[in-house]
Structures are given as C-alpha cells and as structure tokens.
Design a protein around this ligand. Structure first.
Ligand SMILES: Nc1ncnc2c1ncn2[C@@H]1O[C@H](COP(=O)(O)OP(=O)(O)OP(=O)(O)O)[C@@H](O)[C@H]1O
Ligand SMILES: [Mg+2]
Length: 485
C-alpha cells in the first residue's frame, strides 16, 4: 500500500532487487547453465553437417590434417573455457599446455558462424569431428579449413626453436659447412631502446614482407628483403639483429666473411641456407675497407642481389656497419639494401627508455639536469649508459649522477669505448668519483671498475667481430693500454 503510493521508493526497491539478483546470477553458475540449455535448444532447431578428421588412414599413416587441426584447436582460448581440459607440460621449462579432452566440445567462430569440434576415440585411434550448420557450409567450410592450415603454419613457426648457424672455416674439410647451435640471445626488438615510431615502422615492414609472397612472385622478384643497420659501436645493432630473428622466428645464418675462401665458397654457403632464414653479415664496412676477406666485391654484390638464391626464398638479409660514408654506393643501391636503419648514440628519449628498463625509473628529479646535458650535445652509446646503470642499479639516484658525470666527462664527441674507458680509468682516483656523490663513491668506483672490465670484454667482442684468428685476453689488455696512452 505504502509502496504503491510512493513510486520513488518502488523504483529504488526494483533497482536494488535487480542488482542483487544479477550479482547472485553472476556469482553462481546459473547464467552459464541457462546459456548451455539455450544452446541445446538452438542446436535442435538447426540441421548440421559433420566432417570427420581421422588420425590415421587405412594404412595407419598419420593424417597430416589431423595434426594440423589438433594443434590449431589446442591454441584456441575456448579450450581454456571448456568444462574440462587436459594439462601437459611443454618443451620449455614452466610451459603448460592445455589439450582438448575427448568428451569436450570446442566452439570456434569464423566469419561470424559458429563451428563445433569434438574428439572421438576408439581402441585404435582418434578422430576430430567438425560440426557445421548446413546453412553455413557453403560459405565457410573451405575458407575455414584454409584458415586452420594458415594458423597451424604460424603456430609451428612460433613454436620452432630458432637456430644460429655459423660458417666454420678453421678446418679445411669443413669449409662451406654450417654448424648450428640454439639461438638463445636474450635481446628482442622490444628490449632495444630506439625511437618508438621507427620501431613500429620496422615491425610493420617485417610483417608486410612476411605476407608478400604473391606480390614478389608477380613482380618476378626473389622474395627477400635486406636491411642495413648502421651506427656507432654499442648502439644496439647486433642486439637488434637478434630481435629481428626472434620477431620473424627465422634461423640465423651468421656469415663470417674472413672464413669464406672465395666467391664460389660464398655461393655454396648461401645454397646451403634454408627458406625462412635470416642471413647476417656483421661489420661489412670493415671487410670492404680492410679487404680482409677473400671474397670479391662482385661476389658480395651477387650475393646481395639474391641471384644465386634462385632455389629458395623467404630470406631476410641483414648487414651491419659502423658507417656507410666510405662504402661503394653500388653496395647500398636500392634493391641491394631495401631498408637503411640508423642506430644513433643515446639521446634523452633513449636515455629515459634505458632508465625505465634498467632502473625502473619513469621520472626522477635529475631527469631535467640530464636533459640539459644532452642538449649541450653530449652523448654516449646506449651500451655505455646501460653499463653505468647496471653497475649502479642498487641506487637509481647514484646511477643517474654517474650518467651525468660520464656524459660531462666523456660524452662530448666521444664515439667509442676507447675514449670512455681511458677517461674513466683516469678518473678512478679523482673527479669522476667525487662527482658521483659521497655515499655512492664506492659504487661508482665499482662502476668504473666494471666499466674497465666491460671495456676489456668489449674489446674482446670487437676483436672477435673483427674476425681475428687468434685472440687472448692479454692482447685485449695490450690494446686497452695502447688506447690509454
Ligand atoms: N639501443 C639499445 N637499447 C638497449 N640496449 C642496448 C642498446 N644499444 C646497445 N645496448 C646494449 O649494449 C650492448 C652492446 O650492444 P650491441 O652489441 O648490440 O651494439 P652494436 O651496435 O652491435 O655494437 P658494435 O658496432 O660494436 O658491434 C648490449 O648488451 C646491448 O644490450
Ligand atoms: Mg655489433
């Protein structure tokens, strides 16, 4: 009586009751059960067609389609939502895979139609059964199966362990042969600090390359794309090469030109690379300038043109250089190098990316001071700045102070580790340590020490990339002391 005379109270009551009811339905399985019942009713009102994909044929050979569909279904998120799924450990540690159970129905949607998969099992083998509405069959069956094929290829490609192939030249009988190891480089495209627009452009360029098979064929061109990564030492070129390989999930063939004995040996090496691979030549400028390879310029040009990769395709070629000024323009002409990517020294924006990734800092009161130092034209390579941050990672403020000191001391026009190492070495007893602040001085010393170590290691890496045949730590020391004097 009272309620009917007071409409506001009545409305409030209705809203409260509806809210409580909805909450109750959400907290319990009632909605889910209702939906299931509704689906059963809907099922009865349609005519379906069934397709069986047996695991084996009558000769007990495995049906490849079964393998593909099985992998595809297990990649669907609806397996996770099904009432019951099997859990298996995967190939990698901590990897858990979900697998469809024989009693389950997995629902997939394609071109806004629903399709249903179930798994049948008898004593000898299994089969996957596809159920499609008769009315949808014409529209979706073929494209759906093509979609399953394409998705399987993608899953396989992602699951594949990427390998690094190195051409061994030290044993004469092994010349022209590749040796492989698992490619475990930790860098990804994401971990390399670079302009985010540029990064996105590169990623979409790589993606569009992957999808352009027909396009290249129509043009009568070898389906390959080549990238030049150039910039000073320690700016992330090699790390980016690793990132591209992981992005594409391609095996990497790292050609050591000093181990290639002549042009035809280079051809042989290329012919022994597989499709979907990335062929890398690091420090090409150095080989060309120093003529420290037995391969001629025309041998390299032929290789870049992809003439001899006639029998295979889907290759990405990557060359790295410190600078392209002294390079014969024929090497760099369009078609030989499709994309030029510059790796600059650190600017303030790259510094902020490194501070975030290395120190977990998005903002800091010292950032404005650091920005000013960058504006004066000081810069170091990301490798140098990253190393200072790693050495002082327990105290972000100290790390930033050390970065400021290093930029002020070494950043004005220094382009290599040699100069940085020298000045850091000089400063261990004085200014550099003081500038990093009292409490941090010990750590800065440690930082300097680590920089020295890093420099040695860096020298080692550079010598290795210089493809010297023999190398030991002593010679690196000597080279370091030469730089210091
Ligand atoms: N842009 C960057 N972002 C994140 N880390 C970087 C970047 N540049 C360099 N580094 C770090 O510095 C180290 C050296 O980098 P890398 O070997 O990729 O440099 P590079 O350009 O290939 O040098 P070089 O020309 O001497 O071969 C790596 O540990 C890498 O992680
Ligand atoms: Mg490198």
């Amino acid at each position: 009586m009272f309620l009917s005379s007071n409409p506001i109270l009545l409305l409030g009551l209705i809203i409260t009751v509806s809210y409580l009811l909805l909450r109750f339905l959400h907290k319990t399985s009632i909605l889910y059960t209702l939906k299931k019942r509704w689906r059963l009713i809907e099922d009865r009102s349609h005519v379906y067609q069934f397709y069986k994909v047996p695991q084996f044929n009558e000769l007990m050979q495995e049906n490849q389609l079964y393998r593909r569909v099985f992998a595809y279904l297990n990649s669907l998120s609806s397996v996770e939502d099904s009432d019951f799924a099997n859990l298996f450990s995967g190939n990698k540690s901590n990897e858990i895979n979900l697998f469809i159970d024989p009693n389950q129905i997995v629902v997939d949607t394609f071109l806004s139609a629903s399709v249903y998969w179930s798994c049948e099992r008898d004593s000898r083998s299994r089969a996957l059964v596809l159920k499609i509405r008769r009315s949808d069959k014409r529209k979706i069956l073929r494209p759906y199966l093509q979609h399953v094929h394409a998705m399987f290829d993608e899953i396989e490609q992602r699951r594949k362990e990427v390998k690094l192939y190195i051409n061994a030249g030290d044993e004469p009988e092994r010349n022209g042969r590749w040796r492989s190891i698992p490619f475990t480089h930790p860098s990804t495209i994401e971990t390399v600090a670079m302009d985010s627009d540029l990064k996105n452009k590169i990623k979409s360029d790589l993606e569009s390359f992957l999808k352009s098979k027909q396009y290249y064929h129509r043009l009568g061109r070898v389906w390959k794309r080549s990238y030049l990564l150039y910039g000073p030492s320690g700016t992330g070129k090699s790390s980016f090469v690793a990132g591209i390989a992981k992005f594409l999930c391609y095996d990497v063939y790292d050609i050591d030109l000093s181990k290639v004995i002549n042009d035809s040996d280079l051809k042989m090496l290329l012919l022994q690379t597989t499709n979907k691979s990335m062929i890398v030549i690091e420090d090409l400028d150095r080989y060309l300038a120093e003529k420290s390879t037995a391969v001629s310029l025309s041998g390299i040009l032929n290789f870049m043109d992809g003439i001899i990769s006639c029998c295979g395709e889907e290759r990405v070629m990557v060359f790295t250089m410190n600078g392209k000024d002294r390079i014969d323009p024929t090497v760099l002409r369009p078609g030989r190098i499709d994309v030029h990517i510059h790796f600059p020294l650190c600017d303030f924006s790259a510094f902020k990316t490194l501070a975030n990734s290395h120190l977990g800092l998005k903002e800091h009161k010292l950032f404005s001071q650091i920005e000013e130092v960058f504006q004066t034209g000081s810069s170091l390579s990301p490798a140098e700045i990253g190393e200072i941050m790693i050495s002082n990672r327990t105290s972000p403020s100290r790390a930033l102070k050390c970065v400021i000191s290093a930029l002020q001391t070494n950043g004005g026009g220094s382009r290599g580790m040699g100069r940085v190492g020298q000045q850091l070495g000089e400063s261990t007893s004085g200014r550099f340590v003081e500038e990093c602040g009292e409490p941090g001085s010990i750590f800065c010393r440690e930082g300097v020490h680590t920089m020295k170590e890093f420099r040695k290691l860096y020298g080692l890496l550079r010598m290795r990339s210089g493809r010297k045949d023999s190398m030991d730590l002593d010679s690196v020391e000597k080279e370091s002391s030469k730089q210091e004097t």
